[in-house]
Design a protein around this ligand. Structure first.
Ligand SMILES: *[C@@H]1O[C@H](CO)[C@@H](O)[C@H](O)[C@H]1NC(C)=O
Ligand SMILES: *[C@@H]1O[C@H](CO)[C@@H](O)[C@H](O)[C@H]1NC(C)=O
Ligand SMILES: *[C@@H]1O[C@H](CO)[C@@H](O)[C@H](O)[C@H]1NC(C)=O
Ligand SMILES: *[C@@H]1O[C@H](CO)[C@@H](O)[C@H](O)[C@H]1NC(C)=O
Ligand SMILES: *[C@@H]1O[C@H](CO)[C@@H](O)[C@H](O)[C@H]1NC(C)=O
Ligand SMILES: *[C@@H]1O[C@H](CO)[C@@H](O)[C@H](O)[C@H]1NC(C)=O
Ligand SMILES: *[C@@H]1O[C@H](CO)[C@@H](O)[C@H](O)[C@H]1NC(C)=O
Length: 433
């Protein structure tokens, strides 16, 4: 069962409309005659439901369908799925739920809970969950979900192992969604059956999704099920039983970012989340972009209408080895100074630019980078995110996921009086016809 957000929009029609003026009274007149005859025949036959009444019913249905079809169009609004993370060790002031614009997103996914003794464990910040859920009072269509990941010694491995373990988990999820009035669960296991982990995890993960769906549907709570999934081809092949997942999940959040960041074994600058490959890339490298990953998921059997494309609201910073070589694929010697472990939020990037960094937009990949002295940052801004949002619409994907609201400019650092500029960019493009 998929949960589709449907919005009804009444089309405008103009008065006076000559056809309407003629047909409306004529229609009323004909219906009047029919009603009169119906009344007469049903009196004569002495029974209430005769053919005439059935005919009236038939006419009424057609009028109703015509009016619905003509004046009320069903619009499937694309999703804007926003991760909101409960921060701990990031050194700038945290975004608190009160600062979130309730109309910005269609879904807010709160991260991250863990799996402990096969049960979901929300941790110590229960009032943060409650405060985010309160946003639904302002925007009743907003869906608030919880994401469980495998940090904090979260034990997915043991939980998926057999049916009884999974059952304990599912019951604990149903308990928590009911208590906190949450709309669903997001699974963020990075990654089943990957590296040295046993290959049966791939099947067990798909099994977990199947069982969650079954129990969600029986629970009487209208719960949404999603999963954050990998973007690189090797992981997609190794970790996911795509057809089974596709059948039972509402949508997947494609983590189409972190394609490149500083690593010691490949220490060169490159893009966090390019839409397309760039001119220097050949072979395997041409698969490290949003367009490739999304289409690969489709090829493996995930319907486009269940794929939500991930957009990072952070960049990756590098320390340049030689400040005069600041192109893409320039040698780097470590994380940059901006951000935390190379993760730079959008307001931090804005400050970097305000301090004189040079921005270069690479047309091939539809993303910018910026550099100054030893510092080099790949990031997403309003132009790159506009490109991605338009691409999502024209390619028929379900919507955009942002990681994360915390990294957007929620306190007007980039331009005064404008909050959440990146997420708002997506919203503006999705609303436009
Ligand atoms: C981390 O896991 C422990 C149990 O292992 C739990 O008590 C704690 O609340 C968790 N912390 C967070 C932030 O989820
Ligand atoms: C599930 O696994 C646990 C731990 O390995 C074991 O104790 C339990 O008996 C298993 N349950 C079933 C139904 O196999
Ligand atoms: C349900 O969740 C609440 C809050 O997390 C917890 O205190 C309680 O023990 C859970 N109950 C069951 C039966 O799991
Ligand atoms: C995007 O992906 C599709 C399908 O893999 C491919 O045919 C197309 O060439 C790609 N576009 C670009 C610009 O790389
Ligand atoms: C990128 O595109 C813009 C606008 O289409 C153009 O002005 C610019 O010269 C292009 N840059 C490169 C490096 O091709
Ligand atoms: C937001 O920015 C203002 C002005 O720059 C600052 O005074 C305030 O502390 C910031 N608020 C938060 C919650 O960071
Ligand atoms: C920001 O908004 C305030 C209050 O609405 C207004 O007084 C101020 O001029 C605005 N600043 C800018 C730069 O638009």
């Amino acid at each position: 069962m998929t949960i589709v957000k449907v919005k009804y929009r009444i089309n405008r029609f103009t008065y006076p409309n000559i056809i309407f003026i003629i047909t409306f009274p004529l229609g009323l007149f004909l219906i009047g005659i029919l009603l009169h005859n119906c009344y007469k025949t049903s009196m004569a036959e002495g029974k209430l439901v005769n053919n005439c009444v059935l005919w009236m019913h038939w006419i009424w249905n057609h009028i109703r369908n015509f009016v619905t079809f003509k004046f009320i169009t069903k619009i499937e609004e694309p999703f804007i799925v926003c991760y909101y993370t409960i921060e701990d060790n990031i050194n700038y002031i945290s975004l608190i739920p009160n600062y979130i614009n309730p109309y910005l997103c269609t879904h807010i996914i709160i991260g991250f809970a863990s799996v402990y003794n096969c049960m979901i464990d929300l941790g110590n910040n229960l009032n943060v969950y409650k405060d985010v859920v309160k946003l639904k009072k302002i925007h009743p269509n907003l869906k608030v979900m919880v994401s469980v990941d495998n940090n904090n010694n979260s034990d997915f491995q043991d939980m998926v192992l057999n049916h009884s373990h999974r059952k304990i988990f599912i019951q604990s999820v149903l308990n928590v969604t009911k208590i906190f009035n949450l709309d669903g669960l997001d699974l963020d296991w990075e990654f089943p059956a990957w590296a040295i982990k046993p290959s049966h995890e791939k099947i067990h993960f798909a099994q977990l999704i199947y069982e969650l769906r079954k129990e969600f549907d029986h629970s009487g709570q209208k719960l949404i099920l999603s999963a954050a999934v990998a973007a690189p081809r090797a992981l997609i092949d190794q970790c996911y039983e795509v057809p089974t997942i596709a059948e039972h999940i509402d949508f997947v959040n494609l983590m189409s970012y972190d394609y490149h960041f500083y690593v010691w074994y490949y220490p060169v600058t490159d893009f966090n989340s390019p839409l397309y490959p760039h001119f220097l890339e050949t072979g395997y490298l041409t698969s490290l972009n949003v367009n490739f990953s999304a289409n690969y998921w489709v090829l493996k059997g995930m319907p486009r209408k269940k794929i939500v494309i991930g957009i990072p609201l952070y960049g990756h910073s590098y320390k340049l080895y030689n400040p005069s070589n600041h192109k893409i694929q320039a040698p780097a010697s470590g994380y940059g100074d901006v951000g935390y472990l190379g993760y730079a939020s959008y307001p931090q990037v804005c400050l970097f630019l305000k301090n004189g960094a040079v921005r270069v937009f690479v047309n091939d990949s539809h993303v910018p980078y910026a550099y100054k002295d030893n510092e080099w940052i790949s990031y997403d801004d309003i132009s790159s995110i506009s490109s991605k949002a338009k691409w999502i619409k024209t390619n028929g994907f379900k919507g955009a996921m942002v990681y994360s609201l915390n990294m957007d400019d929620w306190n007007s650092t980039c331009s005064s009086n404008y909050t959440f500029p990146l997420t708002n960019t997506i919203k503006d493009i999705f609303i436009k016809k």
